[in-house]
Design a protein around this ligand. Structure first.
Ligand code: ADP
Ligand code: MG
Length: 615
């Protein structure tokens, strides 16, 4: 297994674990397309009925033309009044069709408007109540795709496809019914190529879904193989293994080409046959051949044959439309699936009568937590953070420190026990109230594509420019911001590319401005560049003053001076005390400390990083 395979497998597992977890929360079952459009079903049905009448009206001019012919070519003298009557009926048919089409389109577009509004409102509501941790595990791109693109993809189907399908079905049936009243034998003959064409089309689309899945799978295999090939290129070159990765890639590519060719050539054979069978030329040929026979045998009149010519063409045209419509329906139902999944996002409970925390003491009361409902990542953690004190979490990587920190920010609710602020369970605190009490700076800082000033002011909407600048100064980022051409009005990612450390300091400025009395700092300096690191440390010191601080620390200085250090191991707090106490205890912390000192004995102990202890 290559490194890429392993990391891919890891990602897949994490994802699955997370999804399981989501299922366990108060997640609703995902709903399909039919369910999503339920609120506008009445409107759609109405539009389709109107559309059906429009399709009938479309036949009127054709029939009128035939009637005119009958009148003009008949044996009786031409009756002017009747000619005009027929002409008026034809014109009325055309006018009625235009009006009906307009009404049907208006109804569907109003319905579409309602649906888009309804879906976006429901999505916004749902996502607004989703646990923050849920976003942690998701790509913003996926969410955007569902909210913007997928909701948009349903527009076409609601606005056009259902009415198109109605027209494509009503028109040929009505035309055929009319022709049957004229001569059922010739009608049957005309029906033959039509039925063959439809059957071929049906065969072409049968199994389309499975084929599409195979197709996507093949494509995915190529993607994986090419990512492996490109990512691993330095490794394989170094170890002279270039043949292996390359073979996987070319194998995937060859399989894809074979697969695609078989599928497409099969499709092409069927579809070119059906295209020929359903082509106007074929219809005309059949009608001409059979019609000549019928007319010469005196079974039907020449005028009736004209009707067959005219309506025969009307019949076949909509079939192609049905093919496209099926495709659109498929696209829309895939899109609806993604939207439905988002709508099934678990939500955090909001209590009807929220309580206000009394003070800012934090209490983890026998807290347990599991992401997947099987393995407890935290198990009976008891910890108290007194107001205005610093608590440091240390312990091996994966021991549960970040999870504990996130529970305090209500990224998730604990599986067992409770987290309390000022004596009140987080579940009983309204979320805006909660985030007035708790601020956090995490490693993966998210900045919005907005001006730097706006990004900082998120901490306190309505803050003045002076307040923003004061926060930026305290966060040691003011000078850097001034270097941008537009200063504080520089838009993140457009006018400014911020380094990880700089983004971190912007988020510290945000937290400073928010001025929450409780602060959670998780691995805040882990990815910072060396210059940033000292600045971040200073910024953090400013942030810590007078607050209740929970910090996952990287620096000895923070740990040494902390009011309490909690050593977390496999989801338990195994040691708790001040730096000196823990050294005396001679346990995990003391051991790690000693190892640390031996590893880097020459570095000034107040500034060097204790990665091993902290992770
Ligand atoms: P630490 O911060 O101490 O390194 P974490 O709290 O990040 O530890 O992780 C604790 C355990 O929980 C690890 O085994 C990790 O794999 C798992 N874990 C962390 N985040 C998630 C997540 N979003 N979904 C599933 N498992 C997770
Ligand atoms: Mg962590």
């Amino acid at each position: 297994m290559s490194a890429t395979d392993i990391s891919m497998a890891g990602m897949a597992n994490t994802k699955r674990a997370v999804d399981d977890h989501v299922d366990e929360q108060e997640a609703a079952t995902p709903v399909g397309f039919g369910e999503l459009i339920r609120p506008i079903r009445g409107k759609l049905v109405a539009a389709c009925i109107v559309q059906a009448f429009a399709a009938l009206a479309a036949l009127v001019p054709f029939i009128a033309v035939a009637e005119l012919g009958r009148e003009l070519l008949g044996d009786q003298p031409v009756d002017d009044g009747r000619l005009w009557a027929i002409a008026w009926v034809a014109i009325a048919g055309v006018a009625a069709r235009i009006v009906l089409l307009f009404i049907a389109a208006s109804i569907t577009h109003f319905a579409d408007n309602d649906l888009q509004l309804d879906l976006r409102r429901r999505l916004a509501d749902r996502l607004g109540r989703a646990p923050l941790g849920w976003f942690d595990d998701r790509d913003g791109g996926d969410i955007k795709k569902a909210v913007v693109d997928d909701v948009g993809a349903m527009h076409h189907v609601v606005g056009h496809t259902f009415t198109d399908i109605t027209a494509a079905i009503v028109t040929p049936i009505a035309a055929m019914a009319y022709l049957f009243t004229i001569d059922w034998r010739l009608s049957l003959i005309v029906l033959v190529p039509f039925l063959i064409g439809v059957a071929l089309y049906a065969r072409q689309f049968a199994g389309y879904r499975d084929k599409m899945e195979d197709y996507n799978r093949s494509l995915e295999e190529i993607n994986v193989a090419s990512v492996e090939f490109v990512q691993g290129i330095s490794v394989v070159k170094t170890f002279g293994e270039s043949g292996r990765a390359h073979r996987r890639f070319s194998k995937a590519a060859n399989e894809f080409v074979d697969y695609f060719w078989n599928w497409v050539s099969g499709m092409l054979r069927i579809s070119s046959t059906s295209d020929i069978v359903l082509s106007p030329l074929m219809t005309l040929t059949v009608i001409a051949a059979a019609g000549t026979w019928f007319v010469s045998s005196d079974w039907i009149s020449a005028v009736d044959l004209v009707l067959f010519f005219l309506l025969g063409l009307v019949m076949t045209a909509p079939i192609l439309q049905l093919g496209y419509a099926m495709n659109d329906l498929q696209t829309a139902s895939d899109a609806a699936g993604r939207v439905g999944t988002l709508l099934a996002t678990p939500t955090l409970s909001e209590v009807a009568e929220p309580r206000r925390p009394e003070g800012n003491a934090v209490e983890f009361d026998e807290v347990s937590f599991s992401y997947d409902g099987r393995r407890n990542v935290l198990d009976g953690v008891a910890l108290r953070l007194e107001p205005g004190t610093v608590t440091a979490l240390v312990g091996p990587s994966g021991s549960g420190k970040s999870t504990l920190a996130k529970l305090l920010c209500r990224f998730w609710d604990p599986t067992g026990g409770a987290v309390r602020i000022g004596g009140v369970d987080l579940r009983n605190i309204a979320s805006d109230e909660l985030y007035r009490h708790v601020g956090f700076v995490f490693q993966d800082v998210q900045l919005l594509r907005a001006s730097i000033a706006e990004n900082i002011a998120l901490g306190r909407p309505g803050a003045s420019r002076d307040e923003v600048i004061a926060a930026a100064r305290a966060a040691q980022i003011h000078d850097r911001i001034e270097q941008f051409a537009d200063g504080y009005d520089t838009v993140v990612d457009e006018g400014a590319k911020l380094s990880g450390g700089e983004a971190q300091r912007v988020s510290i400025a945000r937290a400073l401005l928010a001025d929450a009395p409780i602060l959670v700092l998780d691995e805040a300096t882990a990815f910072a560049d060396p210059e940033s690191e000292a600045a971040i440390q200073d910024a953090l010191s400013n942030l810590a003053v007078g607050r209740t601080l929970l910090v996952i620390a990287h620096r000895l200085s923070t740990i040494v001076e902390a009011d309490q250090i909690a050593v977390v191991d496999q989801g338990h707090v195994v040691e708790l005390g001040r730096h000196g106490d823990l050294l005396d205890l001679d346990g995990l912390y003391a051991g790690q400390w000693a190892a640390d000192q031996r590893a880097e004995p020459t570095i000034d102990s107040t500034t060097h990083r204790t990665q091993e202890v902290a992770q």
